[in-house]
Design a protein around this ligand. Structure first.
Ligand SMILES: *Cc1c(COP(=O)(O)O)cnc(C)c1O
Length: 334
């Protein structure tokens, strides 16, 4: 065992993941689409607070917060954020206070993850500013207030996009490679949605460290592809430095695709809705309108353009997000 694998295994964890999450063939969807056999890596099924990729990140992040003696978790994003819902869940379960900073003003209807976050007991603060970066300022201000009152805050950046969060997804890569070996398949590509890029960063670093031969294909759902790519590279480099490991990030085939965002982050697109309905009807699996539905729409388009010609197997990372199906924005979808 090398020093960095020992450091990876020694990271404090809450053990909320109960790995491995299922890796299952999507047979009817693959047949309907034509092309490679598609496999779903079901991180949506993480057995905690409706799961998803954010639970993986928080498994490490909140373990570190507890190790540092924190009593309050401060984080934020938009009101329908999966990350904030998962943070509120982990805070509840570990007895931490949770302060959630949402951009914009309180919406007229409390729904989806916003509803769940309230139910979990988080204290919610709206920045009153529609600019997403107002959340970063709100987190700072909230941390200062907690300190002034004698509390011990631990702040988690928007989306949990930080080196420690990325390392959780390095563990996911190792887990997935073990499953692939057991099944005797080696996907030629891994397809996923990218937002804040902590997940992609972890897959990038894990792919480099464990020498996986697949190429990474990310569909951006919130920022321009070039920005998502540089965020992923920077976070992967930070995570590699934290682990003190010799990662050859440049050796990984990594692509981030523009073109599937639709009208904007969190706004359901017609192509995404089509992908959600097709996946539900072929597999009984629910994708979400903000991330995985748009990623599947991207996969379908890229497939039709011949991008997976010659590939036998493709892995689709299902990162969760189903609570967003229970919101007004997706009504009338079917
Ligand atoms: C946050 C999120 C993503 C994107 O993950 P990042 O690490 O922010 O890039 C994908 N899918 C779902 C369901 C998410 O909540």
């Amino acid at each position: 065992m090398t020093a960095w694998t020992a450091s990876l295994d020694a990271l404090p964890r809450l053990s909320l993941v109960c790995e491995p999450t299922p890796l299952a063939p999507a047979r009817r969807l693959s047949a309907a689409l034509g092309g490679p056999q598609l496999w779903f890596k079901r991180d949506d099924l993480l057995p905690f607070a409706f799961g998803g990729n954010k639970v993986r990140s928080l498994d490490l992040i909140v373990a570190e917060a507890l190790r540092q003696g924190a009593d309050t978790l401060v984080t934020g994003a938009g009101p329908l954020s999966n990350h904030v819902r998962a943070s509120a869940g982990v805070a509840a379960m570990t007895g931490l206070r949770c302060i959630a900073i949402y951009w914009g003003a309180a919406p007229p209807r409390v729904e989806g993850n916003h509803w769940l976050t309230r139910m979990l007991g988080a204290e919610i603060v709206f920045t009153g500013d529609a600019d997403r970066a107002s959340v970063d300022r709100g987190i700072k201000a909230s941390v200062a207030k907690v300190v002034a009152r004698g509390g011990r805050p631990f702040s988690v950046p928007r989306g949990g996009a930080c080196a420690l969060g990325a390392l959780a997804h390095v563990l996911a890569v190792r887990e997935t490679l073990e499953q692939c070996a057991d099944l005797g398949v080696m996907p030629q590509a891994v397809v996923m949605a990218v937002g804040g890029a902590g997940t992609l960063a972890g897959w990038l670093l894990g792919t480099a460290l464990f020498g996986a031969t697949w190429r990474l294909e990310a569909i951006t759902v919130s920022r321009p592809a070039a920005e998502a790519l540089s965020r992923a590279r920077n976070l992967a480099a930070e995570a590699a430095a934290a682990l003190d490991c010799p990662a050859q990030l440049g050796s990984v085939k990594l692509f981030v695709h523009d073109g599937f965002l639709g009208a904007g982050y969190g706004v359901p697109s017609p192509e995404g809705k089509g992908a959600i309905v097709a996946t539900a009807r072929a597999e009984g699996v629910f994708l979400d309108p903000t991330y995985t539905g748009k990623a599947m729409a991207g996969y379908r388009t890229l497939l039709s353009q011949g991008r997976y010609a010659g590939a036998d197997d493709v892995l689709f990372l299902h990162t969760g997000g189903a609570p967003s199906l229970f919101t007004a924005a997706v009504e009338g979808m079917s």
